[in-house]
Design a protein around this ligand. Sequence first.
Ligand code: PDD
Length: 285
Amino acid sequence: MSDVLWFNGRFTTTDERVLGVEDRGFQFGDAVYEVFKFLRKRPIFLLEHFRRLQQGLQKIEIPVPWDESSFQETIRELLDRTSFADGIVYIQVSRGEAQRAHFWPDDMTPTAIAYSRAFKFPDAAKKERGIRVITTPDHRWHYCSVKSNNLLANALAKKQAQRATADEAIVLSDDGFVREGASSSFFAVKNGRLVTYPLQDCILPGVVRDRVLDLALSARIPVDERPLREAELFDLDEAFITSTTQGVMPISEIDGRIIGNSRRGEVTTRVQELFDELEREAASS
Ligand code: PDD
């Protein structure tokens, strides 16, 4: 089934082949993307996603094709034209199209797309059961703070996880620290404290990560933003990942070893409840 697509200022559907073969997003991975969730046609944390997109584009010197209000207007119209109530929107802005050469011309016009898609968000059973994860070396580039569509290392890590019948790969730095998931942020729980990697260029500043840190603060759950050693992974009370599509998702096993007592832990359950409530509020505001 085709989805509603916004392409450089006009609406069409994903059936239309809109991209040229010399688009730099296609040839060089020279693009930044975003994924946000909508419920009852209400976008969740829209401006947080827009600001991250804006920052990523500025970092790699691609002009931002919207200001805050034209972006909101584009998304409102996209969701108006969408035939389902819950799903995700994928946005990508590439440097644009030019004859292939590593040097890009100075006068490029970015290619911008946004499309909505139905998505099966985790149900209550999955949110309780959690997921299995593996660990793997981080082969990504140095600026993972930019949500670049250069996702080859992430895709290879995810495929490795899938072959090991796991759902996510947690990437480790060369010096043995736990960074994040291939498509999620990572949290550990030890002695009632949350531990997550500090915001640095080697991780994505996750929108859900940020919300969870705020929720933890107001719920008086102590947080340590510090790199966790790989060795600490096997002595955790609980662990979970966070992302736009998965929300707060418990981890039941890491590399085949059971975390805690294999059931969703108390702290994870609390954070999950708080986050779900916040999302529900965002969908009704
Ligand atoms: N991925 N870290 C990485 C490497 C990610 O790709 C993602 C999200 C996150 C979580 O970010 P957020 O909370 O803003 O969704 C962390 C999206 C969902 C994706 O690639 O589809």
